[in-house]
Design a binder for this molecule. Structure first.
Ligand code: ADP
Ligand code: MG
Length: 345
């Protein structure tokens, strides 16, 4: 989906010309970004009393995104958010990203500029500097790889392995919305392919489509936790779906879990569209991916403090590992949690 109508071939500019076009005017915001784009390496400051966290993501057209309904600007924004979400999920603050792209000649300079508009928008929103990357052409499609660097005091870093028996299990925001947004986009794409004259019917699905195309990081909730004096015992971001992430925490922390389905935060639109598509809303919340909310555990002693924080929901608690992984349905039936992420959905 190319919104810009004029078309400049990337070959007209060449690789260096394209990099220049995409990165001119890029300003560094963080004191730790000592040298950005323009040399053989970026240079970032390292202090002796903090640690760096580093993560990378690879996004391949046709596997991770579909440009028939994803505007390039949204794709750029989302690619950065997905990456920064991993940094926040260590309880660290992201400061730099590197962006590598490989694109076929199907993509114009203007298309790449749209992608970078989204990348810069996310950089501004989350106060992150673009300090480098790499650029290549490729025979087919678009591939994007983003690496993020964050900083945290060693004692603030939170791993997946710290959950203890009886800890409360919490999530931010709402779940399953991005997955239902994707279902609507896929449905409208199928209808469009069958009959290009039919206009897509997406007006009533603004919230879930927004969650799919332009997700945000749950860093505000982390700040709220810090302000309340709560340090989660384990923390992970929900990219593959709640159930899959619960298994990661449980396996690494050596605990079991009990989840109450009625406690799952599911937005009304997510709920309604799930029913419309004959899906069980809690199943969508457990298995739908790409919400970029946070899943974490806290000590029981923090219960009163966490209750007061907006957009944080207690959905269950940790049990001895021997008790396994279960959820209770609304009607009180105890069922075994399935590991599946949204890919197997
Ligand atoms: P090198 O030959 O050392 O790989 P490049 O010519 O690829 O250098 O890149 C020149 C500069 O531009 C470097 O600072 C690099 O990090 C940056 N850069 C290259 N491609 C991108 C990109 N797609 N996005 C952001 N920065 C990039
Ligand atoms: Mg290079």
């Amino acid at each position: 989906m190319f919104e810009n109508n004029s078309r400049t071939e990337i070959s007209d500019l060449g690789e260096f010309g394209l990099i220049k076009r995409l990165t001119e005017g890029n300003e560094l915001k963080n004191a730790s970004s000592l040298k950005g784009i323009g040399d053989d390496c970026a240079v970032v400051d390292a202090t002796s009393d903090t640690k760096k966290v580093i993560t990378t993501d690879l996004l391949v057209e046709g596997v991770h995104f579909d440009l028939s309904y994803t505007p390039l600007k949204h794709l750029g924004y989302k690619a950065v958010v997905a990456n920064l979400s991993d940094v926040f999920a260590m309880n660290a603050i992201p400061e730099q990203i590197l962006v590598s792209v490989a694109m076929s000649n199907r993509f114009s300079v203007e298309a790449m500029e749209e992608l970078y508009d989204g990348i810069y928008l996310a950089c501004d929103k989350y106060k992150v500097d673009l300090v480098g990357g790499d650029t290549s052409n490729t025979k087919q499609g678009l591939t994007i790889s983003i690496t993020a660097i964050g900083v945290a005091a060693e004692e603030d870093i939170i791993y997946r392995n710290g959950a203890k028996e009886n800890d409360l299990i919490c999530v931010t925001g709402d779940l399953g919305a991005a997955y239902m947004g994707l279902q609507i986009l896929e449905r409208e794409k199928r209808i469009f392919l069958e009959n290009p004259n039919i206009q897509p019917d997406i007006q009533n699905y603004d919230f879930i489509i927004g969650k799919q195309l332009k997700p945000e990081c749950a860093n505000k909730e982390l700040e709220a936790l810090k302000l309340a004096g709560i340090k989660p015992t384990s923390l992970i971001d929900i990219s593959d779906g709640l159930a899959s992430e619960l298994f990661h925490i449980a396996e690494q922390s050596n605990v079991g879990v009990i989840i109450y389905e009625e406690k799952l935060p599911i937005d009304q639109q997510t709920f309604d569209v799930a029913l419309e598509m004959n899906l069980n809303p809690p199943t969508v919340a457990f298995s739908g991916g790409e919400d970029y909310e946070l899943l974490f555990t806290i000590s029981q002693s923090d219960f009163e403090k966490v209750k007061a924080i907006k957009d944080i929901h207690i959905i269950g608690y940790c049990t001895p590992v021997s008790e396994g992984m279960f959820s209770y349905t609304k009607s009180g039936t105890k069922i075994s949690l399935e590991k599946q992420g949204y890919k197997a959905f």
